[in-house]
Ligand binder design. Structure first.
Ligand SMILES: Nc1nc2c(ncn2[C@@H]2O[C@H](COP(=O)(O)OP(=O)(O)OP(=O)(O)O)[C@@H](O)[C@H]2O)c(=O)[nH]1
Length: 387
């Protein structure tokens, strides 16, 4: 099979092989560069971070890229406001080597955006004239030679473009393959959407500012919606309480700042593999809550067990040396067999998960205990140890 692919082609000599090897290495370098930039974008917690990553890392990775901007249709100046340092919540600007994201963002009208991509919604590569430079790179002092403009599409709408420019007139030329650029544009559009939603949540007072996950208020709102849905559809609903073990000792031994970093990393681990409909919230202090709609008790316990092991296996950064931390988890499930005996389902779920969590703490910590919802006898619990 392999031979058939090469049939009819001359066997390459050493110089050709060297050229091929160089090309492979160069492609790998470009691919790795794009991948790192994408990972940085996906990890961005705010629009400021996102724009900074693009404007700083594209030129760092690709030295012939001299300027990068993100242009969006932002008629209500929402994105513009989110980019302003500290305007809404006292955030400061970035560190010393950070880009100022306000200068790397351009607010475009819809007409201006459409005229940039008159023929197709494909990346546009070519020379940069003065008019294009003043529209898309208004803060850049030197005359730019060529540009690559990648349209950003979100839910079939053109929302903006990611713009790279080079002083070199030939760097971005029409006819160059644009697959990677299209891929980067798709990731950028999704990240803009995520960052904006994330910030809307933060500003709505429904997000825990330390960990970036939902807060208790948001959790309670979603819980009542999920319970209403449960009455209509009777699909099982898993409710978990996750509590960090001996967290006071972490603070006492390593300081409050390290404690905060541990809380952030626990939130990240718990939230890593959640499905779209699942919810993770910080209940307060060192306690988190999770809601897994359309999930039965046994699956909930399996998921809790996986989370418990993931935390125990993780080495937490932030202190002088990596730290080991464990969690205890209480699991309750609302299903057809649940009997509330006059309680509200929300109070019933909390009480069952809290009793299971108490049991997990009492029986040694670093473990999952599942409430058996079909019985109301607190001694009748299933225990799962992650030891
Ligand atoms: N760093 C930090 N610590 C917090 C935060 N909120 C609560 N805490 C601390 O969390 C600790 C909770 O301690 P305890 O309730 O005694 O529980 P624990 O030490 O985890 O013990 P067990 O739950 O029984 O395993 C207290 O020392 C609180 O000060 C926070 O936002 N940041």
């Amino acid at each position: 099979m392999g031979g058939a692919l090469l049939a009819g082609t001359a066997v390459p000599g050493q110089p050709e092989l060297d050229v091929l090897k160089r090309q492979i290495r160069e492609n790998e370098r470009i691919w790795a560069g794009f991948r790192n930039i994408e990972l940085g974008m996906i990890g961005a917690q705010s629009l400021r971070d996102l724009v900074s990553v693009a404007a700083r890392d594209l030129p760092r990775t690709f030295p012939r890229v001299d300027a990068v901007t993100l242009a969006c249709f932002d008629p209500e100046y929402e994105l513009t406001r989110l980019l302003a340092p500290g305007e809404l919540d006292g955030r400061s600007g970035g560190g010393p080597d950070d880009i100022d994201p306000t200068t790397a963002f351009v607010n475009l009208t819809q007409d201006a955006l459409r005229t940039l991509f008159p023929a197709s919604l494909k990346p546009r590569l070519g020379p940069c004239d003065r008019e294009l430079q003043s529209l898309l790179f208004p803060g850049y002092g030197r005359p730019l030679g060529s540009v690559a403009l990648a349209p950003l599409m979100l839910r079939d709408q053109l929302i903006g473009c990611l713009n790279q420019a080079s002083l070199d007139r030939t760097h971005f030329s029409p006819g160059t393959a644009t697959d990677l650029l299209e891929h980067l544009a798709a990731v950028t559009a999704m990240c803009v959407d995520n960052a904006v939603n994330h910030e809307r949540l933060r500003l709505s007072g429904l997000m825990d500012p330390l960990t970036g996950v939902a807060n208790r208020r948001f959790f309670e709102r979603r819980l009542s919606e999920e319970i209403e849905r449960w009455f209509r559809r009777q699909e099982p609903l898993v409710y978990m309480l996750v509590d960090i073990d001996h967290f006071k000792q972490v603070n006492d031994r390593h300081g409050h700042k390290v404690g905060d970093r541990v809380l952030q990393q626990v939130a990240e681990l718990l939230g890593r593999d959640l499905r779209g409909a699942d919810l993770l919230a910080r209940y307060g202090g060192e306690e988190f809550m999770m809601l897994l709609p359309n999930t039965g008790g046994p699956d909930g316990v399996r998921i809790a067990d996986r989370l418990c092991r993931a935390v125990a296996g993780h080495r937490f950064e932030g202190g002088e040396a990596p730290l080991a931390v464990t969690v205890s988890i209480g699991v309750a499930c609302l299903d057809r067999s649940s009997e509330f005996a006059g309680q509200s389902p929300a109070a019933w779920l909390f009480e069952r998960a809290d009793a299971a969590l108490y049991e997990a703490k009492q029986s040694g910590r670093n473990r999952v205990v599942a409430d058996r919802t079909e019985t109301r006898d607190p001694s009748d619990t299933e225990k799962y140890s992650a030891d």
